[in-house]
Ligand binder design. Structure first.
Ligand code: C2E
Ligand code: CA
Ligand code: CA
Length: 746
C-alpha cells in the first residue's frame, strides 16, 4: 500500500526531516543541494542556493535552462539507477543527481551543484548570462563567490550521497514492511477480539454450560453464564482462576471430568468423551462432554460442556417403568425378565406359573380381591421362597421367577416348593376380613442357556412349557433340546403346509393288496399315502396325517388321495373286476366336512368309477362314537353307494356296540391282534368271537398285518374273509402293482 501510494521521496521521509538532513549536509559541505520530485520540481527548499542560480531564476529563459539541466539528470538517473554528473550548460558548474529508488519505484533525485573548479572559463559564463538576458557582470561576480572544489572532492561527496540515499531507501523499505506487519497485526488483533467477543456471546447464548479448565491445576480459564448460574455465582470474571471442583463443592477432581481417563488416553483424549451423570447433591442429571484441548497459551486444558437432562431422564425412567413394570402389582414384567435374562450370566432358569381360576376370583370377589390374591402370592415368593428372586408378572395370570443355577435339579426343587405351596390356601385381607382362597397352578421350568433371547421367543417358550405342564397336569421341564425339537416340528409343519398347498408336492400313493383268505387271490387294495418332504426327507403317515389334521389340511389331502387312487385303479381297469374293492382311508375329521359326500360323489362320477368298488375306511374314535353328525355323514356316504370299513378294530375305542351300530360292511382288525394270535389261545378265542359277531351282523372281516404263514393258517381256520400283510405283499407303487396285477381274481 505504502509503495504504490508513493509519489516522491517525502512519502517515505517526512519533508521536515528531509529538509533538515539536506540543510545539515549544506552546512558541512557548503554545496548547493535540493531534492527533486520524479518530475524534476524541487520538493525541498534548496540549501545554499548561491547568487548565480538565483540570478538565473529571475528570467523565464533562465528557469527553462535550469529545468532542462535537471530533466537531463533525472532522465539519466531513472534509466541507469546510478548517480549522473554533468557540467551545467548554463553555468558550466559541476552538477550531479543521485537517484532515490524504493524497490523499482523512482522517487526522485538528490541534486547537488553550483560547484566550480578553479579552471572555470568565465567567458562561457558571460555568454550564458547574456542568453538568459542577464547582466554578465553580475554573473561573473556571483560565480566568484561559489565554493571551489576539486573533482575528487566532488566525487567523494557524490559517493557519500549515494550511500546515504541507499540507506534512506533501505530504512524506508524496512519501515514500510514494519508498517505493513504492524497493520496486519492491528487487523488481526481486531479480528481476534471480535471473534473472542462473538465466541463469548455465542457460548452465553446457548443453554449449554461451558467451562475451560487448566488440566494441571483445575483452575478455570474461562466459562459461560450457564456454568456461573449452575454453581450459584453471578460474576464470570470472579470465577476465572478458581478451582473448578471446589466451586462444585468437591475437595478433589469431581465427576465432571474423567481427568485420569483422559490422561491415560493420551492423544485419543482429544476425542470428545460423552457421558451422563446423576449429581445427587444438585438433584440433576447432566449430559457431560469433555474434551482435552491445547489452549491458546500452550496449556493443556479440558473443555467441559454440560446440559441438564433431568427432564429427559425422568421421562426415560417413567417410560422404563411403564415398559418394565406391572402397574397393578408394582412388580417387574415379562419384558424386564427377558432384559434381565439377557444381561445375566449363563445358567439361568425361569420358573413359569399360570395361576388358575383367577378370573373366577375376579368375578366372585371383584378385581380388587384378584389383585390382593396375586399380591399375597407374589409377596410369598419374594419373601425368600422364590430363591431370592422377585416374581415377574409376564402376562395376566402368568408369573415367573428367575433363578441362577448350574443344575436342573436345583431349579426343579425350587419349582416344586412353589408348586406345593399351592395346595394350601392363600390368605389376604378383604373388606376388613381375612379371606382364605385356594387356587390352582400350572407350572413349568424353562432352562435358558442361550446367549440372547427376544421377548416373543421367551413368550413362545413359556407358553410351550405351560402347555406341556397343562397336558401332563404336573411340573414340566423344557430345555433347549425340547425347544429345538419343537422348532424342527414347526418347520416340518410349515413345509407340510407349503407342499399340500403346492398341489401335493412330494406326495404319492402306494397300494397294498388285500387277499381273499380262501382262494389266496388278490381281492382289493388299500391306498396308503406317502410324503417325501423336500426339506426333511420321507415322512411316515403316522407322523404327517395327524399334522395335516391339526393344520386343517386333511380335507385337501384326503380328496387328493381319493381322486388319485380312483384314477390309478381306473387305469388298471380293476373297477371292472367282479368283487374288487379299493380301500381309501378317511380321517375322522373328514367326516366333519359337510361337503364330503358330495366330494366323493363328484370324484366317482368324474372317473366313472362304480361306487360299490370304493370302500372308505373309518377309524372308530371318540368323535365317531359319540357324534350323531358323523353317523349322518356315514349314512350319506352309504346312500351314494360306497361301502364303509371300520379300521383298526381292537384298538382304542373300537367296541362291539360300534360294530353293531355303524353302517359298515367290512371290519379290519389291527396288527396288534395278529402278533398275539400265535402264542395266545385266549387271543384266538377272542378273535373267533369277533369273527362270529361280524359275520352275525352281516359284515366281512379283514385281518391286517399278517406276516407269517402260521398267522395266516390260524386266521383261515378262524374264518377270516380277507388277509392283508407283508406275507402277501407290502404296499406297492403303481409300477409294482402293474407287475402283480394278474394275481387279482377274475
Ligand atoms: P392303517 O390304515 O392301519 O394302515 C395299515 C398300516 O399297516 C400301513 O402303514 C401298512 O403299511 C402297515 N402294514 C400292512 N401290513 C403290514 C404288515 O404285515 N406288517 C407291518 N409291520 N405293517 C403292515 P402305513 O402305510 O405306514 O400307514 C400308517 C397309517 O397311516 C395308516 O394305518 C393310516 O391310519 C394312516 N394313513 C395312511 N395313508 C392314509 C391316507 O391316505 N389317509 C388317511 N387319513 N390316513 C392314512
Ligand atoms: Ca386303513
Ligand atoms: Ca388299520
Amino acid at each position: 500500500m505504502a509503495i504504490n501510494g508513493v509519489r516522491d521521496v517525502t512519502d517515505i521521509i517526512a519533508l521536515e526531516g528531509l529538509q533538515h538532513i539536506q540543510d545539515s549536509l549544506g552546512r558541512v559541505t557548503k554545496i548547493t543541494t535540493a531534492i527533486l520530485a520524479p518530475n524534476g520540481v524541487p520538493v525541498t527548499q534548496p540549501t545554499n542556493l548561491h547568487a548565480f542560480c538565483q540570478i538565473m531564476q529571475q528570467s523565464e529563459a533562465g528557469i527553462a535552462m535550469c529545468l532542462k539541466t535537471n530533466s537531463r539528470l533525472i532522465a539519466e538517473n531513472k534509466k541507469t539507477r546510478k548517480p549522473s554528473t554533468l557540467i551545467c550548460p548554463s553555468s558550466h558548474l559541476m552538477t550531479a543527481a543521485i537517484p532515490i529508488f524504493l524497490g523499482d519505484e523512482y522517487l526522485g533525485s538528490w541534486l547537488i551543484g553550483q560547484l566550480r573548479t578553479d579552471t572555470l572559463d568565465l567567458s562561457l559564463i558571460e555568454r550564458t548570462s547574456k542568453a538568459a538576458g542577464l547582466s554578465a557582470e553580475e554573473a561573473k561576480r556571483s560565480i566568484a563567490l561559489l565554493p571551489v572544489i576539486s573533482e575528487k572532492e566532488f566525487d567523494s561527496i557524490l559517493q557519500f550521497l549515494q550511500v546515504f540515499t541507499e540507506a534512506i531507501t533501505w530504512l524506508a523499505r524496512t519501515n514500510d514492511q514494519l508498517n505493513k506487519k504492524n497493520q496486519e497485526l492491528i487487523e488481526l488483533t481486531a479480528l481476534l477480539n471480535h471473534s473472542a467477543q462473538a465466541f463469548r456471546e455465542f457460548i452465553d447464548l446457548s443453554d449449554v454450560g461451558v467451562y475451560l479448565v487448566d488440566i494441571e491445576t483445575g483452575n478455570i480459564i474461562m466459562c459461560n453464564s450457564v456454568y456461573a448460574n449452575f454453581i450459584g455465582q453471578q460474576s464470570i470474571p470472579d470465577l476465572i482462576g478458581k478451582r473448578c471442583y471446589n466451586l462444585l463443592g468437591y475437595g478433589d477432581w469431581c465427576p465432571f471430568c474423567p481427568r485420569d481417563t483422559l490422561a491415560q488416553a493420551g492423544e485419543a483424549a482429544r476425542e470428545p468423551v460423552h457421558w451422563e451423570n446423576h449429581l445427587e447433591e444438585f438433584g440433576v442429571w447432566l449430559g457431560i462432554t469433555t474434551r482435552a484441548i491445547r489452549w491458546i497459551d500452550g496449556r493443556d486444558a479440558l473443555m467441559i460442556t454440560f446440559v441438564d437432562i433431568t427432564e429427559r431422564k425422568s421421562q426415560e425412567e417413567r417410560t422404563a417403568y411403564i415398559a418394565y413394570y406391572d402397574q397393578r402389582l408394582n412388580i417387574p414384567n415379562g419384558m424386564k425378565l427377558v432384559s434381565d435374562l439377557n444381561s445375566s450370566e449363563a445358567g439361568a432358569y425361569v420358573i413359569c406359573f399360570d395361576i388358575l381360576g383367577l378370573r373366577k376370583t375376579n368375578e366372585a370377589y371383584g378385581r380388587e380381591a384378584g389383585d390382593l390374591l396375586l399380591k399375597s402370592i407374589c409377596d410369598w415368593v419374594a419373601d425368600g421362597n422364590g430363591g431370592g428372586s422377585t416374581p415377574y408378572r409376564v402376562d395376566g395370570d402368568a408369573f415367573a421367577v428367575h433363578m441362577h443355577s448350574a443344575q436342573d435339579q436345583t431349579a426343579m426343587a425350587l419349582a416344586r416348593r412353589i408348586y406345593d405351596r399351592f395346595s394350601e390356601p392363600w390368605t389376604f385381607p378383604l373388606g376388613g376380613v381375612m379371606q382364605k382362597l385356594y387356587v390352582g397352578v400350572t407350572m413349568g421350568v424353562l432352562r435358558c442357556m442361550d446367549e440372547y433371547m427376544e421377548y416373543p421367543e421367551f413368550l413362545n417358550r413359556m407358553e410351550r412349557v405351560l402347555e406341556i405342564a397343562r397336558g401332563k397336569n404336573t411340573l414340566a421341564f423344557y430345555d433347549e433340546a425340547a425347544d429345538r425339537a419343537h422348532r424342527a416340528n414347526l418347520q416340518l409343519e410349515l413345509c407340510l403346509q407349503k407342499c399340500v398347498l403346492n398341489r401335493m408336492e412330494g406326495f404319492s400313493l402306494l397300494y397294498q393288496p388285500i387277499v381273499d383268505a380262501r382262494s389266496g387271490r388278490f381281492a382289493g387294495v388299500e391306498a396308503l399315502c406317502r410324503w417325501n418332504c423336500p426339506d426333511h426327507g420321507p415322512k411316515s403317515p403316522i407322523e404327517f396325517i395327524p399334522k395335516a389334521e391339526q393344520l386343517g389340511l386333511i380335507n385337501i389331502l384326503g380328496e387328493w388321495v381319493l381322486r388319485r387312487a380312483i384314477s390309478d385303479m381306473k387305469r388298471f381297469r380293476l373297477d371292472c373286476l367282479e368283487g374288487f374293492f379299493l380301500d381309501v382311508n378317511l380321517s375322522p375329521l373328514q367326516l366333519n366336512d359337510r361337503e364330503l359326500p358330495r366330494t366323493v360323489a363328484k370324484a366317482l362320477l368324474e372317473y366313472d368309477f362304480p361306487p360299490k368298488r370304493l370302500s372308505l375306511e373309518v377309524t372308530e374314535s371318540a368323535e365317531i362314537h359319540f357324534s350323531t353328525a358323523v353317523t349322518k355323514a356315514l349314512r350319506a356316504l352309504r346312500r351314494i353307494g360306497v361301502s364303509l370299513s371300520l379300521d383298526d378294530f381292537g384298538t382304542g375305542y373300537a367296541s362291539f356296540s360300534a360294530l353293531r351300530n355303524l353302517p359298515v360292511e367290512i371290519v379290519k382288525t389291527d396288527r396288534s391282534f395278529i402278533t398275539a394270535l400265535e402264542e395266545d389261545d385266549q387271543q384266538q378265542l377272542t378273535y373267533r368271537v369277533i369273527v362270529d359277531f361280524a359275520h352275525a351282523s352281516g359284515k366281512k372281516l379283514v385281518a391286517e398285518g399278517v406276516e407269517t404263514e402260521k398267522q395266516r393258517d390260524i386266521l383261515k381256520r378262524l374264518g377270516v374273509d380277507f388277509i392283508q400283510g407283508y406275507l402277501y405283499a407290502r404296499p406297492l407303487s403303481f409300477e409294482e402293482l402293474a407287475r402283480v396285477i394278474h394275481q387279482f381274481q377274475s
